[in-house]
Write a protein that binds this ligand. Structure first.
Ligand SMILES: Nc1nc2c(ncn2[C@@H]2O[C@H](COP(=O)(O)OP(=O)(O)OP(=O)(O)O)[C@@H](O)[C@H]2O)c(=O)[nH]1
Ligand SMILES: [Zn+2]
Length: 396
């Protein structure tokens, strides 16, 4: 059967300023990945910042040269608690905030030390007797960490308020980005997703399969919908097709890693849809590692090998337990004309997250595979701490 015509990419449907804002944030995140400082702005405030994980000596010198006061290290509170524990009986500065600021002695302001303060898998590199002091976080600290996370970098940033421009000196050649645009980015990028390509891709489990690629206006990585049969027609006829939200897992999907259950879940979902008379849609979402990215997932694995579970490992890195954005999946379903679904999942957050984005959940089908001897603890944590509805798991 001929696939229907792919629709043209239509980011122009967003107003120009919204597209420009998305692209500015995407470029700023790319600068941080390269170790280049950027300027974060909001009204009268501007913060010169770089990611602790990537900044080099030149970037640090650039920040110091533009700073009004000595740069501070901004960390997620969970990571700050490990780096600079708050002594008992002392008021906790910034404990309720999204970012904690640490002042470092000048001798510790070097790229290797910043990396080891940012990354709990490098703790061994901390210099003997290193001392850090908690100080009030500067304005825009939360947006600074959010920008690092958008770059899939550790939420650890070296930053300082920018000094007022001095007469006669050239303005710094730094990319500037609005803090509000950074905070709005996940939702704006998700709602800007548009279909860009479509092809029939016969699969082992069924020849009747198509892939539709969706791209956001920022030019970032694409998300994919794998359609088995004609689920759009099923939806148009008033029935609720099977849908699976599958977050990309390089290790499990491609390599058959035993640490998780992603490989069996991916192939199992396609096999299940192939046997359903109404087919189904598998959304293959570029949200590796529950949204923290492959590099951070590998770090989380290192921490898990040292005794943390999958949830605490994310938090020790400064990330949330699950950083996925359900608006991505909801927008894709909307563009496919599918608004009522039967969801293949054990994860109650996926049901609630999609419902909050306007998708009607007509039913849930369990999607559980037996532990393999390696992922037993991982699955037990999903049941005990994420509330997953797993029948094959004994309560620990
Ligand atoms: N951060 C982190 N991510 C992991 C870990 N193990 C697997 N993942 C990621 O978790 C995601 C898998 O989640 P999903 O298959 O969508 O499933 P789920 O949230 O467990 O819910 P179900 O729908 O019930 O399967 C993939 O992106 C994996 O890369 C881990 O230890 N740490
Ligand atoms: Zn996996």
């Amino acid at each position: 059967m001929m696939a229907s015509e792919p629709q043209a990419s239509t980011p122009a449907m967003l107003p120009d300023p919204a597209v420009s804002a998305l692209r500015a944030v995407h470029r700023a995140a790319a600068e941080l990945r390269r170790g280049t400082p950027v300027l974060l702005r909001s009204g009268e405030h501007s913060l010169v910042m770089a990611a602790a994980e990537t900044v080099g000596a030149r970037g640090l010198a650039e920040i110091t040269g533009l700073a009004k006061s000595p740069p501070v290290l901004l960390l997620a509170p969970t990571r700050a608690a490990a780096v600079a524990p708050v002594p008992a009986l002392r008021p906790v500065l910034g404990a309720e905030e999204a970012a904690v600021a640490l002042r470092l002695p000048q001798a510790l302001l070097d790229p290797a030390t910043l990396r080891s303060l940012a990354d709990p898998t490098l703790d061994r590199l901390l210099p003997e007797g290193a001392r850090t002091e908690r100080v009030p976080a500067p304005p825009l600290a939360a947006a600074a960490l959010a920008l690092a996370k958008l770059g899939r970098l550790l939420p650890a940033v070296i930053a300082a308020p920018q000094a007022p421009p001095r007469d006669g000196l050239p303005r710094p050649d730094l990319l500037a980005v609005e803090a509000a645009d950074v905070l709005a980015y996940p939702a704006s990028a998700a709602t800007s997703l548009r279909r860009v390509a479509e092809a029939a891709v016969p699969l082992e489990a069924t020849a009747d399969a198509r892939i539709i690629a969706f791209r956001a206006a920022d030019g970032g990585i694409e998300h994919l919908a794998i359609l088995i049969g004609q689920p759009e027609v099923v939806a148009a006829e008033g029935r609720a097709p099977l849908v699976r939200l599958h977050s990309e897992c390089f290790t499990g999907d491609l390599l058959g890693s035993l640490r998780c259950d992603c490989g069996p879940q991916l192939r199992g979902a396609i096999a299940r849809m192939a046997t359903d008379p109404d087919g189904g849609v598998l959304l293959y979402l570029a949200q590796e590692g529950r949204g923290i990215g492959l590099v951070n997932k590998l770090r989380a694995y290192t921490l898990q090998d040292a005794g943390l579970d999958t949830l605490d490992a994310n938090r020790a890195l400064g990330w949330g337990a699950d950083e996925r954005n359900f608006l991505v999946a909801a927008t894709m379903l909307d563009q496919l004309g599918i608004h009522r679904i039967r969801l293949l999942t054990n994860n109650p957050d996926k049901l609630a997250g999609l419902a909050a984005c306007g998708v009607t959940i007509a039913g849930r089908e369990a999607h559980e595979f037996a532990p393999n001897g390696v992922n037993d603890g991982y699955l037990a944590t999903k049941a005990a701490r994420f509330g997953h509805l797993l029948a094959l798991q004994d309560e620990p």
